[in-house]
Design a protein around this ligand. Structure first.
Ligand SMILES: [Zn+2]
Length: 268
């Protein structure tokens, strides 16, 4: 009897590790930046399940943030108003430009009066960019996924919900390209977005989260005033050209989302 109680207690403790209850919370005076890609139901057949957050889960996350009094901002608001942001500020970001950002995310963001930043890839159609990170990532899954049209993007920007950010022209791997190519992708990429959509583009997301010190310089010189990485966490003393984000994974349960909001990452 005693043995099984001890076993049960140990099992409960082991199960609770994902909530990282022993890790102290990061004060909510430090804004959170959430990273999303797709809002769609992750299936077993999907290789990139982590990139897919189910619409019902996304709504649950928005409803919770809204009920808990989180203040939604875009990345330019986060950058410009950093010193005067209220506690519990959160910037939602979407990378790449998948169609479900329009069909699924936009209506939900509207419903909860939330804001978001879209790091839009310019050549997003007919582009299996995962192979630029690793050649064997050629499953075609990203290629087959439907992307936003320019008209969708315009409507998202006109709604006042979304702000536009840069993510290069072809989703290059900055570590693998020469300076001329990188300069074109970052500088010309920003110009093209601004020309095409007639809006300022002040924030950048490093493709794959891969960058070197020279790339940070390049992004700054291109005129971007903030840049986000895929390093997980919550900045307490931010370098605005290397901002951490909280990864929202389609593999997580809701309680894990709350843990990530609290400490910036998954529990274990
Ligand atoms: Zn990307």
């Amino acid at each position: 009897m005693a043995t099984s109680l001890v076993f049960l207690a140990l099992f409960a403790l082991w199960r609770s590790r994902r909530y990282a209850w022993w890790v102290p919370s990061v004060s909510d005076s430090h804004p959170r930046i959430l990273m999303y890609h797709m809002i769609c139901v992750p299936l077993r057949s999907h290789k990139y399940r982590g990139l897919r957050v189910a619409p019902a889960m996304f709504e649950r996350q928005l409803a919770w943030m809204s009920a808990e009094g989180w203040n939604f901002v875009t990345m330019s608001q986060l950058r410009e108003q950093y010193e005067s942001l209220p506690p519990k500020t959160v910037a939602i970001t979407f990378d790449d430009g998948f169609l479900d950002n329009y069909t699924e995310a936009l209506p939900l963001l509207k419903r909860y009066q939330a804001k978001a930043t879209l790091y839009l890839l310019i050549d997003r159609h007919d582009n299996e960019w995962q192979t630029r990170r690793k050649a064997h990532h050629n499953s075609g899954e990203i290629l087959r996924e439907q992307k936003l049209s320019d008209d969708h993007v315009r409507e998202m920007l006109d709604s006042g919900v979304f702000e536009l950010g840069g993510h290069t022209i072809r989703h290059i791997n900055l570590a693998a390209e020469d300076l001329a190519t990188k300069t074109h992708e970052v500088v010309e990429g920003r110009h093209q977005l601004q020309e095409q959509f007639g809006v300022p583009v002040d924030s950048f997301a490093y493709p794959f989260g891969i960058y070197g010190d020279d790339d940070v310089q390049l992004v700054r010189q291109a005129g971007f005033t903030s840049a986000v990485t895929v390093e997980e966490g919550i900045d307490t003393d931010p370098d605005f050209m290397r901002l951490k984000r909280i990864k929202v994974s389609g593999k997580d349960r809701f309680l894990s989302f709350k843990t990530r909001m609290r400490i910036g990452k998954r529990g274990y």
